[in-house]
Design a protein around this ligand. Structure first.
Ligand code: ADP
Ligand code: MG
Length: 489
């Protein structure tokens, strides 16, 4: 637990505690909508993916998409949550130009998934559990487009009726960092499960961020809800801004009114959108067009059996099976493809060394070139090949960096061993050659050699000189041994 005082925000009147709860909307990775057969896909022309159900035509009846239900159950299981065998769909009534039905079908009273929990990873290496309140299925709305024409608003209903999973957390989050870590972890779990693409740029995931402040240990304050935050950085900025804003109001003698706000990413501030409607404004009632949802326990069990290894379990396994540090294992399991890449490269090799090369050199290079590990020009065999050369003392770790540069340029067309051959980068283990270099250096620096007898740590300077003379190719252990003998240490 990060229960230290450092997480508090300092105000004029003393420390403040931040309380945050997230409502994450994740688009279900389904090729058709929640209640219609219309296609779901990115990049279609306006209104090309709209059925009469989505367009809210009178007399059209919704038909529940079994695949979407299965994804919600799978997600619930991945969040270690209770699956409710009995759930129901309700109508949330409100008028919006891009909501032709005049209501959204959601699950208020009986959600398909109940309480669960998620383990989040913080930058100081600690972990914390954030409890999940519920997960429910609901329809997304269409999109109003205001900037295509100066006088008219256009409506694109492609998104109308798309299946969303809304994942609601308990107010367990205590800092912007924790909120971002939680959002990231939910995304990672969904992507592992395959239940959502988690592509934030395509709008697959967005979060409503509820923020309040209170004096440490006091009752929670009144919250404001920041709508539709769709990037990790915006989440961090929105929370930091909102916390400051609330603290200043209270310290100036004011009170916080519960409201919905939006985050302006250009001005980096939150602005009031509307004061919070009371829930009864929506006149929720059970959708008469849909039967209650009854899940068979055997079906839930089958889904449970089909779950892939999830990030926390994978991390634990990487730590025990390969002896990795918690940090390296955490970095590797962030993306399933990273872990897969690692395991392919680590097979039969020094596993820790492979982890170093993947998490340091390779990931840094990929990030620099804006590439995901799936797009790596270097297949796992290249990293394995490089590590094998280090393990067998063909090259030193230092020269390995040079080899890696050539590997990156070669885009996988030339093996590390071929690179070493071609550029003459083999480590000199031939003691004769090393001895010759040492003799020359000692002869040219007799005073220093004499002084080294009194001050043995001066050997470092000689090692450096020998490495320089051999173009970094001398085996460092051999150099050390020989120097000790020659200097009489
Ligand atoms: P609503 O459905 O009206 O948005 P909920 O009770 O479902 O309200 O809560 C929505 C979110 O607000 C949840 O994620 C919850 O954890 C969070 N929340 C509740 N109380 C607070 C609070 N005092 N400060 C911050 N977040 C809160
Ligand atoms: Mg809400």
């Amino acid at each position: 637990m990060t229960d230290s005082a450092s997480r508090y925000i300092q105000g004029r009147t003393g420390p403040w505690e931040l309380v945050i709860g997230l409502e994450i909307h994740a688009q279900v990775a389904s090729t058709s909508k929640l209640f219609s057969g219309a296609a779901v896909g990115f990049g279609a022309g306006p209104n090309e993916q709209v059925s009469l159900v989505d367009a809210g035509f009178p007399g059209m009846l919704p038909v529940l998409n079994r695949f979407c239900v299965e994804q919600a159950v799978k997600t619930g299981l991945g969040l270690k949550a209770q699956i409710n065998p009995h759930s129901r769909f309700d109508r949330k009534n409100y008028f919006y130009p891009d909501l032709p039905q005049g209501y959204q079908i959601s699950q208020l009273f009986y959600p398909i998934v109940g309480e669960g929990e998620v383990l989040i990873d913080l930058s100081d290496g600690t972990q914390k559990t954030v409890r999940i309140e519920r997960l429910h299925l609901e329809q997304d709305a269409g999109k109003s487009i205001h900037d295509l024409d100066p006088n008219n608003t256009y409506v694109d209903l492609n998104r109308a009726g798309t299946a969303l999973m809304e994942i609601v957390s308990k107010p367990d989050i205590r800092s912007a960092e924790e909120a971002v870590a939680y959002f990231k972890k939910i995304r990672t779990i969904l992507v592992y499960l395959g239940t959502s693409d988690g592509d934030m740029e395509k709008g697959n995931m967005r979060a409503d961020v509820n923020v309040s402040v209170c004096k440490p240990g006091a009752e929670f304050g009144t919250r404001c809800e920041i709508k539709n935050v769709n990037s990790f950085r915006f989440m961090q900025q929105a929370i930091e801004y909102e916390a400051r804003r609330q603290i200043e109001i209270i310290e100036d003698g004011g009170t916080i009114t519960q409201e919905t706000r939006l985050f302006d990413s250009v001005k980096v501030e939150t602005r009031s959108l509307r004061s919070k409607e009371e829930a009864h404004d929506y006149r929720y009632f059970p959708d008469p067009d849909l039967l209650p949802l009854e899940l068979e326990l055997a079906w839930i069990e089958d889904i449970k059996k089909s779950l892939p290894e999830l990030p926390d379990d994978k991390r634990q396994r990487l730590m025990t099976q390969y002896g990795l540090s918690q940090y390296d294992a955490t970095v590797l399991v962030t993306e399933q493809a990273r872990a897969d890449y690692y395991e392919a490269a680590a097979k039969d090799r020094d596993a820790k060394l492979v982890a170093n090369w993947v998490t340091n050199e390779l990931l840094a290079r990929l990030t620099k070139d804006g590439l995901e590990i799936e797009q790596s020009p270097l297949p796992p065999a290249q990293i394995a090949g490089l590590v094998e050369l280090i393990e067998t003392n063909v090259i030193s770790s230092k020269i390995a960096k040079t080899v890696f540069e050539h590997m990156w340029e070669g885009k996988g067309t030339i093996t590390p061993a071929e690179i070493v051959e071609k550029h003459g980068l083999k480590q000199v283990t031939d003691t004769g050659a090393i001895e010759k270099a040492i003799d020359e250096i000692i002869a040219a620096n007799l005073e220093k050699a004499e002084a080294a007898k009194e001050k043995p740590q001066a050997i470092g300077w000689f090692v450096g000189q020998v490495m320089k003379a051999t173009g970094g190719k001398a085996n460092p252990a051999a150099v050390n041994d020989l120097l000790k003998t020659k200097l009489g240490l």
